[in-house]
Write a protein that binds this ligand. Structure first.
Ligand code: ATP
Ligand code: MG
Length: 136
């Protein structure tokens, strides 16, 4: 079973879409292995998105990701990383396929409702960022 990290981002939490998004991933065959509601510190957001250091959206992304509560969710299924990105849709909600999480609940390329790990390795690293092995 492959592991991936979903984060329901501050815009989707504030928009009351936690339940809608969890239903979509469960309906897509994922098992929810761990979840919580939390608010990232600036330092945590900087570390989580360190791969984007130097990009023009790095600082605004930290502002946004620390602006409210988020719901990190550890998910498992076969081919979890690719499948979650399919259910999320393209980064820019305007380009996301109809019926995807970002098409339904995202409002801009930054405020795009949810995050999904982008590789099998990052799926393991990012779930470990939020959850201890004993929580699985
Ligand atoms: P995520 O990592 O959140 O699943 P992604 O892998 O589709 O999204 P990345 O390139 O990793 O896209 O970008 C990380 C996040 O940074 C995006 O989800 C979005 O919130 C923000 N972002 C990406 N590109 C831009 C941009 N051009 N302008 C503003 N924000 C952006
Ligand atoms: Mg990414």
């Amino acid at each position: 079973m492959e592991r991936t990290l979903l984060i329901i981002k501050p815009d989707a939490v504030a928009g009351r879409h936690i339940g809608d998004i969890l239903k979509m991933v469960v309906d897509a065959g994922f098992n929810i292995k761990a979840l919580r509601m939390t608010r990232l510190t600036r330092d945590q957001a900087a570390r989580f998105y360190a791969v984007h250091e130097g990009k023009p959206f790095y600082e605004p992304l930290q502002d946004y990701m620390t602006s409210g509560k988020i719901v990190p969710v550890a998910l498992e299924r076969e081919n979890a990383v690719a499948k979650l990105r399919e259910v999320l849709g393209a980064t820019d909600p305007a380009k996301a396929a109809p019926g995807t999480i970002r098409a339904l609940y995202g409002s801009s390329i930054e405020r795009n409702a949810a995050h999904g790990s982008d590789s099998v390795e990052n799926g393991l690293q990012e779930t470990a960022f939020f959850f201890g092995e004993s929580e699985f």
